[in-house]
Design a protein around this ligand. Structure first.
Ligand SMILES: Nc1ncnc2c1ncn2[C@@H]1O[C@H](COP(=O)(O)OP(=O)(O)OP(=O)(O)O)[C@@H](O)[C@H]1O
Length: 298
C-alpha cells in the first residue's frame, strides 16, 4: 500500500478560459490531518471535487487511497467520504431517520444501520435531538449531522470542504475534537479552510493555495518560521493595532522599519514585537506583493 493517502502530480484544471488549478503537486501521508488553506476562489473546492471524482482533471496524475481517480474512480469512491460546504441532510426527516436512511442506502442491514446510527448520535452529542426534525436544528447541529452522515460507513479518507464555515466557536471546537478523534482511528482527513486558526490547531501539514497554485507547504511551525524573525505591531493609545509589519528580526531591519514608522505615525504610537502568527504567514503568502504589509506604512 502506498504511504500516501493522496498523491497529486501536475494537476491542471480550467473552466472555460479561466485557469483554476495551475500545476498542483501534493502528497498527503496516510493518517494525518492535511489542511488546504486559501482565500475565496483559490481553487480549494475544485481540488476536493477532483480528488473525490466529482470533477475531471484536464491534466496530471491524481491518486487517492492508491487508486487513480480517472481510471479507477469506483475504487476511489469506495475509499472516501465527503462532506461538503452545505449540509446534505433531508430537513423533513429527524437526525435518526437521516442516518438510518444513509445506512440502508449504503448497504447495511436494518440492524447494522440502527446500531451505527445510535453510535454516531452518541458520538456527535446528538442523542437528545435524535427524534427532532432537522429543520429545527441549529447550524452547528446540522453540520455535526452532516459529518456523522459522511461517517455512516467508515472509509480511509475523509474530505471536508470548509467543515466549520458559519459555526460558532463552541461548535467549531467540538468539530475539531471529532476530527482529531477520527485521525486517532487512522483516518486521513483532508480539509479545506479559510480559517488560519483551524489549520494551525488541527493540521499536521498545511498547504497554502492561491490562484490555483500551492505556494507553500509545511507544518504550522515551519510556515511561521519561513516568515522570519519578528513582527512589529504599532498600536495607538487604546492599544488598537494600527499596523503589522514583518521583519527578518535583525537590528538593521527593525531599526529601518521603526525609522520609517516614526516618520508616518504620531510620537505616542506604541511598538510591540511578537513572533509571526498564521495570519502573518497567510498574508505574506497570498498577498499579491509580499511587501504589501511593509507598504502599509509607506
Ligand atoms: N463549475 C464551474 N464552472 C466555472 N467556473 C467555476 C466552476 N467551479 C469553480 N469555478 C471557478 O473557479 C474558481 C475557483 O473556485 P473554487 O470554488 O474551487 O474556489 P475555493 O477556493 O473553493 O473558493 P471558496 O473558498 O470561495 O469556496 C472560482 O473563480 C470559481 O468561480
Amino acid at each position: 500500500m502506498s504511504k500516501y493517502a493522496i498523491e497529486v502530480i501536475g494537476l491542471k484544471k480550467k473552466f472555460g478560459k479561466q485557469v483554476v488549478l495551475d500545476g498542483v503537486d501534493m502528497k498527503v501521508p496516510n493518517g494525518c490531518v492535511y489542511a488546504l488553506l486559501g482565500p475565496n476562489g483559490a481553487g480549494k473546492t475544485t481540488l476536493i471535487n477532483i480528488l473525490s471524482t466529482l470533477v475531471a482533471a484536464d491534466e496530471g496524475n491524481v491518486r487517492v487511497a492508491g487508486h487513480d481517480v480517472s481510471s479507477d474512480a469506483e475504487k476511489v469512491k469506495r475509499s472516501i467520504s465527503l462532506t461538503g460546504q452545505f449540509a446534505a441532510v433531508d430537513e423533513k426527516l429527524t437526525a435518526e431517520e437521516n442516518l438510518n436512511m444513509i445506512g440502508r442506502l449504503s448497504g447495511l442491514t436494518a440492524a447494522q444501520s440502527r446500531a451505527r446510527t445510535a453510535e454516531l448520535l452518541q458520538h456527535f452529542g446528538l442523542r437528545e435531538s435524535a427524534k427532532k426534525k432537522v429543520k429545527t436544528f441549529s447550524g452547528g447541529m446540522r453540520r455535526k449531522l452532516d459529518l456523522a452522515i459522511s461517517l455512516v460507513v467508515s472509509r480511509p479518507v475523509l474530505f471536508l470542504d470548509e467543515p466549520t464555515t458559519g459555526l460558532d466557536t463552541m461548535s467549531r471546537r467540538a468539530l475539531w475534537e471529532i476530527i482529531l478523534e477520527l485521525r486517532e482511528q487512522g483516518i486521513t482527513i483532508f480539509l479545506t479552510t479559510q480559517y488560519l486558526e483551524e489549520a494551525d490547531q488541527l493540521a499536521d501539514k498545511i498547504a497554502v493555495i492561491t490562484n490555483g497554485q500551492i505556494v507553500a507547504t509545511g507544518t504550522a511551525e515551519e510556515l511561521k518560521s519561513r516568515i522570519g524573525g519578528q513582527v512589529i505591531e504599532l498600536l495607538n493609545s487604546k492599544d488598537e493595532v494600527l499596523c503589522t509589519i514583518p521583519t527578518n528580526g535583525t537590528i538593521q531591519d527593525i531599526r529601518f522599519t521603526l525609522n520609517e514608522a516614526a516618520s508616518k505615525f504620531p510620537p505616542d504610537t506604541k511598538v510591540s514585537l511578537r513572533k509571526p502568527s498564521m495570519d502573518d504567514v497567510f498574508l505574506s503568502l497570498t498577498a499579491s506583493d509580499a511587501n504589501q504589509l511593509k507598504g502599509a506604512i509607506s
